[in-house]
Write a protein of this length. Structure first.
Length: 265
C-alpha cells in the first residue's frame, strides 16, 4: 500500500563486498609498486574497515521503496516525517550531549589515520579534511532522506563534533608517539606525512600548514642542486657535471664555435 516500506537494505550485503574489493585492490597496487609491507597492509586494512564502519553507521539501513508521504517537506497531517524536522542549522542551542560525544568518538580514528595515509599532519590541515568529510556525510544524509527514506538528521552540531574528534585524534596520535618514543613510519603509506626514508624517496619535510612543501630554494646550500631520483634537475644529461666554483670553471677547457673560428682567420 502507498506509504509502506517494502524492503530494508542493511549494511552487510552492500559494504562487506566493498571492503574486500578495496582492500584487495589497495594491496595489489602497493605490491605492484614494491611498497607492500606487513605494517602498510595493516594500515590499509584498518583504514578501509574504519571507512566502511562509518558508512554503515551514518547511511544504513536503507528503506526502499517508500511512498511520497513518508518524507514530507511541509509536514502536513498524514504527511509522515517532515523534512524540515530533519534539518538543524542552529549550532549548540539544540545540542544533544550524547550524540555530540558519539560523533567526536567516531572521528577520532580519522585524525589518527590521516598522517599515515596522506601528506597532512598539521592541526589546521586535519581540521579542514575533517570538515570536508563531515560535510560530505551530512549532505549525503540529506539526499538519502529524500531519495532513500533514511530519516537521518542533518545537524550542524555533527559538523562541530566531527571536526573536534578529528583534531583530537591527531593530538592523541602525537601524544602516543611521544610516549612510545618511536616513529609510526613502518605503518605509513608511501608519500604520507610520516613516511620514512626509503631509497630515493625521502621522508616528507617542509613548512606547509596543509601539506608538506619541498625545501625552499633559499634554504638550499649554495651551489647545491635539487635531485629527483638519480638525475639532477640542473642538467638534462645523465653523467654531465656543472662547474660550481671559480677554480672549477677555470679548469674547464674553453671551446670556440665554428663561426667564431672562421671569422678569426
Amino acid at each position: 500500500m502507498p506509504g509502506t516500506f517494502v524492503a530494508e537494505i542493511h549494511a552487510g550485503p552492500v559494504l562487506v563486498p566493498l571492503l574486500v574489493g578495496v582492500v584487495v585492490a589497495w594491496l595489489l597496487a602497493l605490491g605492484h609498486r614494491r611498497d607492500l609491507t606487513w605494517g602498510r597492509a595493516l594500515t590499509v586494512l584498518v583504514a578501509t574497515a574504519y571507512a566502511v564502519g562509518v558508512l554503515a553507521v551514518t547511511f544504513f539501513p536503507w528503506q526502499v521503496p517508500f511512498g511520497a508521504t513518508d518524507v514530507a517537506v511541509g509536514g502536513a497531517p498524514g504527511g509522515g516525517v517532515a523534512l524540515r524536522s530533519l534539518l538543524n542549522v542552529v549550532p549548540l542551542i539544540t545540542l544533544d550531549p550524547q550524540s555530540f560525544a558519539l560523533n567526536v568518538v567516531m572521528t577520532l580514528p580519522l585524525g589518527a589515520l590521516l598522517p599515515l595515509l596522506v601528506r597532512v599532519r598539521s592541526v589546521p590541515g586535519v581540521a579542514l579534511i575533517g570538515l570536508g568529510v563531515s560535510a560530505t556525510i551530512e549532505i549525503g544524509q540529506g539526499v538519502g532522506d529524500v531519495l532513500l527514506g533514511m530519516s537521518r538528521t542533518v545537524d550542524v552540531n555533527d559538523l562541530i563534533a566531527n571536526v573536534t574528534g578529528t583534531v583530537l585524534g591527531l593530538l592523541a596520535l602525537r601524544a602516543l608517539v611521544a610516549l612510545a618514543g618511536s616513529t609510526p613510519a613502518p605503518l605509513a603509506l608511501p608519500g604520507s606525512a610520516v613516511a620514512g626514508e626509503r631509497g630515493d624517496r625521502p621522508a616528507q619535510t617542509g613548512y606547509g600548514w596543509l601539506v608538506d612543501d619541498p625545501e625552499p630554494e633559499a634554504d638550499r646550500p649554495l651551489g647545491a642542486t635539487r635531485t629527483v631520483g638519480s638525475r639532477s634537475s640542473g642538467s638534462s644529461l645523465v653523467g654531465a657535471s656543472t662547474a660550481t666554483t671559480p677554480a672549477a670553471s677555470s679548469a674547464v677547457p674553453k671551446t670556440r664555435s665554428p663561426s667564431s673560428a672562421y671569422r678569426s682567420r
